[in-house]
Design a protein around this ligand. Structure first.
Ligand code: NAD
Length: 687
């Protein structure tokens, strides 16, 4: 007889304490029942198992016996063959338990992964020891270091799955189990591992994996520990390898990087919650979308909607601009097709969903209109006045403005309740962050709709209130201010960029400015010039660069110069001379600047402004700010975002450092009152 043990804990059959107790009991019963010849382990509902139950994270229940490792040890030592029958997903601990089974069968739609590295961990229940023994070193490294899933067919190919079962999985698995009993029972896993077979000739693989991790996962410890564990699997017997893995796992679990990555994991989920929405708020339906402006952002936003199967009309004023916009969309899709990441058929379907027109009246049928025209208040007001006359009742009117006052835009319409900011990031079809900007009069259901629309696009919507630059760009201004001050005081653009990429940012500030276009910030500074006090320190470097017609990569020159067709920044003596001039005009004596100062000046500028944003209620919570910086500004997730980074450093220390800077500049470095209070109370931004 074949005993069936079912994992049943919706939605992902996580290994909560209750599930572990039940599985342990059923295993014991099956092992003790002489009528049972084999055991099948199967998931109820949509999948086999997603692994640990995240609701138990950081609770005592997570440690209660039996642990997942206890169950795995029982299965591993079972004299009766255990077969894992996998459908949907077998992730993390789910795959580790399946790896301890003598056999694995799967339905063709199944996906298998050990994604722990994404939380700064490694598979700590035997995954790093068993997977290489089952599929070999190369495939195991690929799966464990990337954390990405493999499909069932690939799993069959590499030997991770013994048989694919079309049709009824459980029946197929039982049939399979009957056939392997008792004659074909394979030897115990440890001896199956061809002993040290897998040890030979793998040095090059480990070296290549380390080099790749240093390049693509710069600064992160977990990928290197994953590699070390797989290497251990090739050198140590299973029991010792499991011990080695356990030690490394516990070290990562206690380490700062995993804590930061787990913070971001939960922060991302938390960001979806709007604290003060009435509970009965229902999102409006969004079936048709219009995007006004077919420029950089309009095109990317339209692609995002088409990618989510939502028809969208792009509206321009001039034929040439519309043609250019549509051509860019086509070119971007074609590039994805040529990389093999999209089929021609999918590209055609998506292109069919994007229509172009010069007639603004066509916005009249849209449920959601997103304005992405030039960043000029008068142009935007004109568009919203006309939209007010055209849009149907109940349509949502959103602006993609980066910095402008959404209340002022809303005020030109007779329906300010329907107006909201939906601030996408460039390239909009790629970047996952969406800042949803709630204006003073925005209706709750409009807000709920914008958040929901963001999720439908696969984005991470984060709520902000109105102020100059909202959350992300408001903080960015302070960061860029310090970056430019550092130039005046003695640093070079390449030194600042290098210090910050070493800190972990995806790109340094000046390389980013050159990529985004320097004219954008210049326009904003010109607009704000009348409100700037003459007594406050201001760096003229970025304005001077723009006055020279150097707008960054698009003009081949900015903070750096660029060879035709290349994106590689080359230091430019012309800029170094300009920096020296600006410094002497400002009567600054240039000095040697260390990397620590570069990191502290720029990062603490973010933190101090983040504290004000939090205190003013522009952001709902500190973790929202962290999510914005990780997903929109290339802040390293393994440092948890700027506010988490400050928390980890200790707010008393953060404040002390800011006070040192305040001695040099009383205006810009005035500590945020919230920071002062929390530092005094021993508190944190992220409670
Ligand atoms: P862009 O100059 O590339 O495109 C603007 C487009 O709007 C142009 O094609 C123009 O012809 C069109 N346009 C102007 N007036 C119009 C009107 N009345 N009706 C229809 N079309 C009109 O600019 P962009 O970079 O796409 O920026 C658009 C908006 O998105 C701005 O508010 C900008 O601040 C914001 N934004 C830009 C970025 C970025 O990185 N570029 C990021 C986030 C937000």
């Amino acid at each position: 007889m074949v005993a069936v043990i079912r994992l049943d804990n919706p939605p992902v059959n996580g290994f909560s304490h209750r599930v572990r107790v039940q599985v342990g009991r059923e295993l014991d019963a099956a092992l003790g029942d002489s009528a049972v010849g084999a055991i099948v382990l199967v998931g109820a509902g949509k999948m086999f198992s997603g692994g640990a139950d995240i609701r138990e994270f950081n609770t005592p229940a997570a440690l209660e016996k039996p642990t997942l490792r206890d169950l795995i040890a029982t299965i591993d030592g079972s004299p009766k063959p255990v077969v894992a029958a996998i459908h949907g997903s077998a992730f993390g601990g789910g795959l580790e338990i399946a790896l301890a089974c003598r056999y694995r069968v799967a339905s063709p739609d199944a996906k298998l992964a050990l994604p722990e590295v994404k939380l700064g961990l490694l598979p700590g229940a035997g995954g790093t020891q068993r997977l290489p023994r089952v599929v070999g070193v190369e495939e195991a490294l690929a799966m464990i270091v990337s954390g990405d899933p493999v499909g069932a067919r690939k799993a069959k190919e590499i030997g991770l799955v013994d048989e694919l079962i079309e049709g009824d999985l459980l029946e197929g698995a039982k049939e399979f189990a009957k056939h392997v009993v008792p004659a074909q029972v394979r030897t115990q896993l440890d001896s199956r591992l061809r002993g040290n077979d897998i040890a030979r000739g793998n040095d090059a693989l480990f070296e290549a994996a380390r080099a790749e991790a240093a390049r693509t996962k710069r600064g992160q410890v977990a990928p290197l520990e994953c590699i070390a564990c797989v290497e251990a699997a090739t050198r140590l017997p299973l029991a010792e390898g499991l011990k080695f893995e356990r030690e490394r796992f516990e070290k990562l679990m206690m380490g700062e990087q995993s804590k930061a990555l787990r913070h971001i994991f939960f922060a991302e989920r938390e960001a979806a919650k709007v604290a003060d929405l009435p509970p009965d708020t229902k999102a409006r339906r969004v079936e048709r979308v219009a995007v006004i402006g077919a420029g950089t952002m309009g095109g990317g936003i339209s692609m995002s909607f088409a990618n989510a199967d939502i028809p969208v009309t792009m509206i321009e004023t001039k034929e040439a601009a519309l043609e250019r916009g549509l051509a860019t969309v086509r070119k971007n899709y074609a590039a994805t097709v040529s990389k093999g990441k999209l089929t021609q058929l999918a590209m055609d379907t998506r292109l069919e969903l994007i229509r172009g027109t010069l007639d603004l009246n066509e916005a009249g049928t849209a449920d959601l209109v997103i304005e992405a025209v030039f960043e000029e208040m008068d142009v935007k007001k004109d568009v919203f006045r006309r939209l007010d006359a055209i849009a149907k009742n109940g349509a949502i009117l959103a602006t993609n403005t980066s910095r402008l006052d959404v209340d002022e835009i809303a005020a030109v319409t007779r329906r300010p309740r329907d107006v909201i900011g939906m601030h996408f990031f460039s390239p909009a079809n790629v970047m996952r962050l969406l800042e949803v900007v709630r204006a003073g009069k925005t209706a709750p259901d409009v807000l709920a709709t914008a958040m929901q629309a963001g999720r439908r696009l696969g984005k991470i919507p984060v709520l902000a209130r109105v102020c100059e630059g909202f959350i992300g760009n408001r903080m960015l201004s302070h960061y860029l201010r310090e970056a430019n001050f550092l130039l005046e005081e003695g640093a070079t653009p390449q030194q600042v960029d290098r210090a910050l990429t070493q800190f972990g940012l995806a790109m340094g500030p000046f390389a980013v400015c050159d990529l985004a276009g320097l004219d954008i910030g210049w326009e904003a500074r010109k607009r704000l010039a009348p409100t700037r006090s003459k007594d406050v320190r201001y760096s003229c470097i970025p304005d001077r660069i723009c006055e020279m017609g150097r707008f960054g990569q698009k003009t081949g020159r900015g903070y750096y110069r660029y060879e035709a067709g290349s994106r590689a920044p080359i230091p430019d003596p012309e800029i170094e001379a300009l920096i020296v001039d600006c410094a002497s005009e400002a009567r600054i004596v240039r000095r040697q600047i260390g990397n620590d100062e570069i990191v502290d000046r720029t990062m603490l500028a973010l933190v101090n402004e983040g504290a004000r944003i939090l205190e003013e209620g522009i952001a709902q919570r500190a973790s929202d700010i962290d999510v914005i910086y990780v997903y929109g500004y290339g802040f390293p997730a393994w440092r948890g975002g700027p506010m988490w980074w400050a928390d980890s450093r200790g707010l008393d220390k953060v404040l002390a450092r800011i006070r040192e800077f305040e001695d040099m500049d009383r205006v810009h470095w005035k500590p945020a009152p919230l920071l002062e209070r929390l530092a005094r109370e021993g508190g944190r931004f992220n409670p």
